[in-house]
Structure formats: C-alpha cells, structure tokens
Write a protein that binds this ligand. Structure first.
Ligand code: SAM
Length: 458
C-alpha cells in the first residue's frame, strides 16, 4: 500500500461510524493542511512575533497562521511556549469548566510531555504532578520539556503502570493519554496510515484495557479519570469507556460544549447511567483527530493518605533538615514554601505542601527528576545547574546579561563566546528577559554551560 493511501478496512470502519455523506466530508478534511498551534507559558511571558489566533477551548492556546522555525526562536528554548496540537488542549477546557480541584495529579503516559506541561500550568503552586513514561528512552525528552516549562511542581518517573500498585487511591486526577492506533494522525503523518491494521486496533484496545484497569484504581474518592486517544474507532474509545464503567463504580461527567467548536459528543449507556465521550474530527474541528472522556470516582471510594514520617528513608535521596531548608529558601529568595532534598550533593527544591506525598512517591517509583535541581554548593558558592536557570525560581544572587537574538542562538549552539562586557563568575544569560542558561566568565575565557545534548545543531 502506498504511504498516503487509506487502508480499505479503515475506510469501511469510518463509513460505518459516520454514514456515507459525512464520510465524504471526513475524507476531504483529511486532505486539508494541518494547523500549527502553541500553548503559552504564563510564567514566562514574551512578545510572540508570530501572528496568532486564540483556540476557544484552551486557555493560553493559539493557532498560528503559519509554521515558523521554532528552533530559530530562542524563546522556544527558554520554555515560553509548547508546540501542541489544538484538539489535545481541550483538557484545559475540562479542567477550567469543571473547576477540577488541584492536588496530586498523575499523567500515566506522559512523553513527550504536551499534556504534562498543560497540567503543570493548571496546578501551579497548588499541586504536584507525576509525569510518568514507561519507555526509558522517552523519559529524556519528557524530562527536558518539564525542565524547560520550569514550574517546579512535577516529578518525572519511568514506570510501568503495574508499578503503581502501592499508590491505589492516591491521586486527585489521573490522565491516561493512551498509546493508540493513531488514526487521528493520518493527516499529519502519512506513515501512520501505512502502520494501521484492524489487528493493530485490537492489540491497542487490549493494551488500553490493561492500562485503564490499573489507572482506575489509582484515583482517590471524589477524584477524576481522564482517558484520551488520538484515534477515531470505537474499540479504543467507547469500548474502553464501557470497560471502565464495568470495572469501577465511576460517575459520568458531562462537559459543556460550544456548538461552533465542532466537537462531537458521544454517549455510552450502561446500567449505571449515561457516560460521555468527546470526538474531534478533522472535517469539523480546527485540530487533529482526538477522543476524550471524563469520569469521577464516587466520594466513598478508597483514598490513600500518605503517612507523615519523622524520618525519610531512601537509598539515594536525603531530606534536608528544616533549619537548613529555611536558610536555603531565604538565600535563594524564594517564598518560604520550599523543602529541600539532596541527591549526590545536588540540592533539589519542591514546594513543601505535598512533601509527604513526594516522599511516598520517591519510595515507590523510579524517579528521574523532581521539583527544581538547584545545583551543588562549594562552601558558600553555588555551582548552579541548568535546571535552576530554566526554572521560575528566583536567581537573585547572579548577575544577568541580556542577549540579542543572534547572540542567544550562538549561546544555544553552545559556543564559548564572550557576549559583550560580562562580570566575573557565573552569569545568567537571558533573551527577552527569559533565562536561557549559564555562562562562567573566568577572565581570560568563558565557559558555556548549556547542556550538550540540548544544543542547536545547525
Ligand atoms: N501524553 C503525551 C503528550 O501529550 O505529549 C503523549 C503520550 S502518547 C499518546 C502515549 C505514550 O504511552 C507514549 O509515550 C508511549 O511510550 C506510552 N506507552 C506505550 N505503552 C505503554 C503502556 N503499556 N503503558 C503505559 N504507557 C505506554
């Protein structure tokens, strides 16, 4: 089959789902160009030069008139925005319109981190997000995106959903953005068409059941489960929703839609009531194919409370004592809510409200990153880490130096270049006032501390 040809079985499936007249419109929709969109990071405001139009269902989401070179924009590397497909940003409308309480959230299938950065923005200072990815190699890009976003409220883990068994009833919200057959990506990615088959759909559906069977247990009483895919077929959507309602006593959640958005509501009726799903078709919505459903666990469902431990036992992580924590917090100029931990001489900070939960998570999960890594201390001197530079925490002790666009790109290419008159020692380089990273001025030369693996390569 040619790469851009649609599989016949897929066409039959879509005809059955849509009827012949709408199927023709759907095919037309698949031929239309995709729209590029971004979600802005409120904590890192910049003047975006691209011409943009708000996405009506997404706070901070914008359609761009064309696709610019993001690599050539230093503010992209500073974490000022995330390039994200518009339909997925509907999660923003769900959170805002339902006023879903903040707390401990889990993004169970998180890489590369689009939905995690959205959840992180929603939680702000009032929650903790676990961004989990089962495939070890993909946790790298997830971690990079979480660090660039910079809000310091996220823990990145690398675990199979099965490893979460000790965390039943622990989370206020669990998002399962499931691995799927990717029919919604047929427009953006012709390769996805070539990889599709009815057997693959069945395989995905079986895997999704295994994942949600675990995910459902993790939601605490009164908490929410969000299940999404980027595929159209019912086996991976309505069938999973039905499965969830059979396995768990969930309550339905209905989301208000503006008809002009073109999002299609779908219903699944069970003995426990009618449950709702939301489908995004490319011929109706300015976005790619997507499906999402929202469920609520009854208040009386099992809720796990993290114990308050006087001591924190962990094989590599050490809790920093209260006195030292308070001194560090004052030293860096933060708001006093921080708790510190040491991992091999490097200090990590997380806001303190959820420290019990953080410690429980650290004992159960394979943690790859959390909070903000500040760096090491040599006597009174900091050796600051790149993570601190990109975080929204203050860095008052360090001089700033603003770069032009061309200079910023050279810095991001990791050139050991002198950018004008610099004070001696560590200097925080900024572009449009947003930190990009550290340069150390040694007098006779400078060292560029931008991480080698992140550098722009062209
Ligand atoms: N949520 C991500 C975002 O918005 O950027 C996209 C997630 S992608 C649709 C699905 C993810 O599920 C992939 O990162 C994939 O590695 C992961 N995955 C694959 N098999 C899995 C499994 N058995 N359990 C959990 N996650 C799995």
């Amino acid at each position: 089959m040619a790469e851009n040809q649609l599989p016949e079985a897929f066409e039959l499936q879509m005809q059955a789902l849509l009827g012949p007249a709408e199927f023709a419109l759907f095919i037309e929709g698949l031929e239309r160009p995709t729209q590029t969109s971004i979600r802005l990071n409120r904590k890192k405001p910049v003047d975006i030069s691209f011409s943009k139009r708000p996405i009506p269902w997404a706070k901070d989401g914008y359609f761009l008139e064309e696709r610019p070179s993001f690599t050539g924009d230093p503010s992209f590397h500073a974490g000022a925005y995330y390039v994200q497909e518009a339909s997925s940003m509907f999660i923003s409308h769900i959170l805002e319109s339902q006023q879903i309480p903040k707390g401990i959230y889990l993004d169970l299938a998180a890489a590369p981190g689009g939905k995690s950065t959205l959840l992180s923005s929603y939680l702000g200072e009032e929650g903790l997000l676990v961004a989990n990815e089962v495939i070890a190699a993909r946790t790298q890009i997830l971690k990079e995106n979480v660090i660039k976003w910079g809000l310091g409220n996220t823990l990145v883990s690398n675990n199979d959903p099965e490893h979460f068994s000790l965390l039943d009833g622990f989370f206020d919200l669990v998002l399962v953005d499931a691995p799927c057959s990717g029919e919604g990506m047929f427009r953006k990615d012709p390769q996805a068409r070539a990889e599709w088959s009815p057997e693959h759909v069945n395989l995905c559906s079986a895997r999704q059941k295994r994942i949600v069977d675990k995910a459902g247990e993790l939601v605490k009483g009164g908490g929410y489960l969000l299940y999404s895919t980027c595929t159209f077929n019912e086996k991976e959507n309505e069938e999973i929703l039905r499965f969830l309602t059979e396995e768990f006593a969930f309550e339905p959640v209905r989301i208000h839609l503006d008809p002009s958005w073109g999002i299609v509501e779908t219903e699944v009726s069970t003995a426990d009531g009618t449950f709702y799903g939301y489908r995004f078709f490319p011929h109706k919505v300015a976005g790619e194919g997507f499906f999402i459903t929202v469920l609520r666990r009854p208040e009386e469902a099992y809720t796990q409370v993290a114990p308050a431990n006087k001591e924190f036992k962990h094989h590599s992580l050490k809790r920093v004592g209260e006195k030292e924590s308070a001194a560090l917090e004052q030293e860096i100029g933060a708001d006093g809510s921080g708790k510190f931990y040491l991992l091999q001489d490097a200090y990590f900070r997380m806001h303190g409200e959820y420290s019990r939960e953080l410690e429980k998570l650290a004992q159960v999960l394979s943690v790859r990153y959390f909070g903000v890594e500040l760096g090491k201390k040599q006597g009174k001197e900091w050796i600051p880490s790149h993570e601190w530079a990109l975080s929204t925490l203050p860095k008052n002790a360090f001089p700033l130096h603003e770069l032009s666009e061309a200079e910023a790109l050279d810095f991001l290419r990791k050139k050991d270049q002198v950018f004008g008159e610099l004070p001696l020692g560590w200097v925080l380089l900024t572009y449009q006032k947003l930190p990009l990273g550290w340069l150390k001025n040694l007098g006779n030369r400078v060292n560029n501390y931008y991480p080698k693996e992140w550098r722009i390569r062209n």
